[in-house]
Design a binder for this molecule. Structure first.
Ligand SMILES: [Zn+2]
Length: 263
């Protein structure tokens, strides 16, 4: 089965029905990451419509400043969430450095909860790559997905040595640097994402709305870069994702749908 381990399903608006139809038809197991609290609540409602959608709660670094004084409230929702994300740091696209302390505080709160509740995390690391690696080590977080990595190669290798998983997305079709990253990630840590609906719009500066089906282009791009075939990538990623969620008490249901659909 195809795996989209990082997508913003609550942002599809009028195209949500079509997006869910693609997810069920292909099928695509989907980790639906939240940007903030309303986003998570919406994702929980959406997930009732497909057993292939796993909604996870996180506060995106862009939103951190709005939530830094609401950590107790956040904590209640983390407990209800089967995984954690999107969380992280962004010192590149977020220009307002006054928000950086809030980003760090909110991220560490989530990481501490992930440690306590033994949940996997889905991380945005833009220009905070080394700091995030240090944090993962300090809290001994073993199940981390690094989303759309584009940072330095030496930190990439350190994150690989530590055992992080990496979601490669649509940029593998366009960027030589991302292709080099996609070649560097070892087989057992490779995952796929679309980060849609906004990824293509962001990447190509067009109005193009990225649908879930774009995950097939990612698999195709990865197969080319890694000199193999699509079926091989699909099986590899499915196996990696199954390993990531194995033995996770919060994810027994997700595991059941992953295996019942793929058999
Ligand atoms: Zn995202």
């Amino acid at each position: 089965m195809l795996i989209d381990a990082h997508v913003h399903l609550d942002k599809y608006g009028d195209l949500l029905d079509q997006a869910l139809q693609e997810i069920d038809t292909e099928p695509i197991f989907t980790v639906a990451t939240a940007m903030d609290l309303p986003s998570y609540l919406e994702l929980q409602r959406i997930a009732e419509r497909s057993s292939l959608v796993l909604p996870t709660f996180g506060i995106h670094p862009r939103r951190a400043a709005e939530y830094v004084d609401r950590l107790t409230e956040i904590g209640r929702y983390i407990e209800t969430s089967p995984g954690i994300g999107e969380i992280g740091l962004d010192f590149h696209w977020v220009k307002d450095s006054a928000t950086y302390p809030a980003q760090r505080k909110v991220l560490e709160y989530f990481i501490a909860a992930a440690r306590e509740q033994k949940k996997f995390v889905n991380l945005h690391t833009k220009a905070g790559e080394k700091e995030i690696l240090d944090l993962l080590e300090r809290y001994d977080i073993k199940r981390a997905i690094i989303h759309w990595y584009s940072g330095p190669m030496d930190i990439l290798r350190a994150l690989i040595d530590y055992g992080c998983y990496f979601t490669i997305g649509v940029e593998v079709l366009y960027s030589d640097y991302i292709k080099a990253i996609a070649r560097t990630i070892p087989d057992h840590l490779l995952l796929t994402e679309t980060d849609n609906p906004g990824a293509l719009r962001w990447l190509k500066k067009t109005d193009e709305i990225g649908m879930p089906i774009a995950i097939k282009d990612v698999v195709d791009g990865l197969a080319r870069v890694r000199q193999t075939v699509q079926e091989e990538i699909e099986l590899l990623v499915q196996g990696n994702f199954a390993r990531l969620i194995a033995n996770d008490p919060s994810l027994q249901e997700a595991r059941r749908s992953l295996f019942s659909w793929s058999s």
